[in-house]
Design a protein around this ligand. Structure first.
Ligand code: DC
Length: 220
């Protein structure tokens, strides 16, 4: 690893594919800093919903994006499905993405606590935020499987939900994330693609670790 350039791992993919679990695991294994970039978009959406603001108010969304303080995030509230849907909506605004780009790049280039690297998970980390990332992974899975996983997770957390509603919400969120004009959800050309539909978590971890360890060796 170059002494002054942090090692960057980009983990992208649709909701429920397991990218958060994988990204957190990689950060732990390599002792790198971790940033869940979805939380940034969720925090903007949450503030708009809480205050009854119109989600279509682009200028307001941009203003909130410019003044986010991750230290104040209440993660459990941000995890709500409705917040995720609204986040997907406001994430299509170029001004919002531009405001968050700076924050994300700064985090990766100057990882907190003097860590030697950073893991960022999101939708456009490998393609737009950190095109120079040394390791890029795109995690995906069939929509039905992702919806089942999310349903199980909600049930385990004691949150009542309907499978059909989760399926439909995920389907429309995928579509919004894929068709928006900027930073569309798609793998970077040099990304390792892992389809987690029929893999267990250990298999996903191993596959990603093999890839990252190889990249780390060559960046020494
Ligand atoms: O990963 P998540 O479910 O927490 O993300 C919520 C929404 O935020 C998602 O539907 C799209 C948007 N998002 C984005 O556009 N770019 C990112 N890097 C992360 C999230």
């Amino acid at each position: 690893m170059h002494p002054h350039i942090p090692f960057m791992i980009a983990v992208d993919g649709p909701a429920g594919a397991g990218k958060g679990t994988l990204a957190k695991h990689l950060a732990e294994v390599y002792d790198f800093a971790y940033l869940d970039t979805g939380l940034l978009y969720r925090a903007i959406a949450y503030e708009m919903l809480q205050n009854g603001y119109d989600l279509a108010d682009v200028q307001l969304a941009e203003k909130i994006a410019g003044s986010l303080d991750p230290a104040t995030f209440k993660e459990s509230a941000l995890r709500d499905e409705a917040v995720g849907g609204a986040a997907s909506f406001i994430s299509a605004y170029p001004g919002v993405r531009a405001a968050l780009l700076k924050f994300q790049r700064h985090f990766a280039q100057h990882p907190p606590f003097f860590k030697k690297g950073a893991v960022l998970d999101g939708r456009d980390i490998g393609t737009v935020i950190l095109p120079e990332a040394q390791a890029k992974i795109f995690v995906t899975a069939d929509l039905e499987i992702r919806a089942k996983r999310r349903f199980k997770e909600m049930h385990e957390r004691g949150i009542e939900s309907r499978y059909e509603a989760i399926f439909e919400e995920m389907q429309s969120r995928d579509l919004r994330d894929e068709v928006r004009k900027i930073s569309q959800l798609k793998p970077a050309e040099d990304a390792l693609i892992i389809d987690t539909s029929h893999l267990n978590i250990e298999e996903v971890f191993l596959c990603a670790q093999d890839f990252v360890s190889e990249k780390l060796k060559t960046s020494l």
